[in-house]
Design a protein around this ligand. Structure first.
Ligand SMILES: NC(=O)CC[C@H](N)C(=O)O
Length: 365
């Protein structure tokens, strides 16, 4: 069946429908990963977005049981150059088409994704629509331009109730703004006693859990859409070691008094070079974000820039040594890779070790 991808600037791409034959609107973004489409489409940070992969052949290793980053995908559409519906991989348990159908997500194949990506890079991220309707373009454009983009994604993807992944090590309160499973995997692998709490948790509720540390997860949308979380972080900052990832990094910055800005087309892919300022080392990182912390808003906040993106110089890492808090804009949990920066979870554990020792000394005195 014929499908159409329409952008708010009037661009129309005609292709073939796969997945659900439903109409869907979202922000169109591109991901430059050569592989990892299952992790990308199930990463809750993409909630409400239509994702296009720049790699041209998608679906060829199918969908497996183990690579989901959430229990279900939240994307609003998937755009590919060539869709493979005959996967070949020993782990494959189904096709991309079946997965998208099951969750009512439309896909469109046969699109010139290189042209689409260049357009987004040139004009910036745009609203778009995938449809199988044969209505005139002007009519579809009208309804696309009127369609609102969502701003309550965090509430949609965050857990509704507290749950725990028990361990015998450090008690980590993971504030779930749309946490990828990879973060839980990295913490439980290190034997952490993880308590996952909803995005609207209060400081008092966090204190009652007696954490050794707090991890602010990744998540969808504009960090300024979750003002309550910013207040809670401001209140609790300095009481426990804190690690922020992606949206968590942006919220930590806002709670510290810095500001965020929407980027022209964001960073999405597994090949983003980031420089650690203290060592001059470069790490290749996994990224997925539209917003960034404004470097010029940092002076006077107690924050220090620890990492920068080598492609465009934007802020990629922050810390506040006094408050034992640090954060990164990229994804140390990878999923999909690269795994260069997984050591940041060990760093978080070390900070919790030190804080614990100091508490024990203070008690003994
Ligand atoms: N992966 C994330 O946590 C993304 C953070 C935020 N939604 C952004 O797009 O910038």
């Amino acid at each position: 069946m014929r499908a159409r991808l329409i952008l708010e600037d009037g661009t129309e791409c005609v292709g073939t429908a796969f997945g659900a034959t439903t109409e869907s609107v979202g922000e169109v973004v591109f991901n430059t990963g050569l592989t990892g489409y299952q992790e990308v489409l199930s990463d809750p940070s993409y909630c409400g977005q239509i994702v296009t992969m720049t790699y041209p052949l998608i679906g060829n290793y199918g969908i497996n049981r183990d690579d989901f980053e959430a229990v279900r995908p939240y994307i609003h559409g998937f755009v590919v150059r060539e869709h493979c519906d005959t996967p070949s991989n020993w782990r494959s348990a189904g096709t991309l088409d079946e997965l998208l159908k099951a969750y009512d997500i439309p896909g469109i194949a046969g699109v010139d994704t290189r042209m689409l990506t260049r357009k987004i890079r040139y004009h910036g991220t745009m609203k778009g629509m995938i449809t199988t309707s044969e209505a005139p373009l002007s009519e579809l454009l009208d309804s696309l331009r009127r369609a609102p983009l969502m701003n309550d994604q965090v509430a949609r993807v965050s857990t509704k109730s507290v749950f725990s992944c028990p361990g015998t090590g450090h008690r980590v309160v993971l504030v779930d703004f749309g946490a990828k499973h990879g973060i839980l995997r990295e913490l439980t692998k290190r034997n952490c006693d993880v308590v996952v709490v909803p995005h609207n948790v209060t400081a008092a509720e966090i204190r009652r859990l007696h954490p050794d540390g707090i991890l602010l997860s990744n998540g969808p949308g504009d960090p300024k859409d979750v003002p309550q979380a910013i207040e809670t972080i401001r209140e609790i900052l300095g009481e426990y070691p804190l690690f922020g990832i992606c949206l968590g990094h942006q919220l930590f910055a806002l709670a510290s008094g810095a500001d965020t800005v929407k980027m022209k087309f964001g960073h999405r892919g597994g090949n983003h070079p980031v420089k650690e300022l203290a060592t001059g080392r470069t790490y290749i990182t996994s990224q997925n974000h539209s917003y960034a912390v404004k470097a010029e808003s940092i002076p006077g906040t107690g924050l220090e820039i620890t990492h920068v993106a080598l492609n465009d110089g934007t802020v990629e890492g922050l810390r506040n040594l006094e408050k034992r808090a640090f954060s990164v804009q990229y994804h140390p949990e990878a999923a999909p890779g690269p795994y260069d920066t997984g050591y940041l979870f060990d760093q978080f554990l070390e900070i919790m070790d030190t804080a614990k020792e100091e508490r024990a000394h203070a008690k003994a005195r």
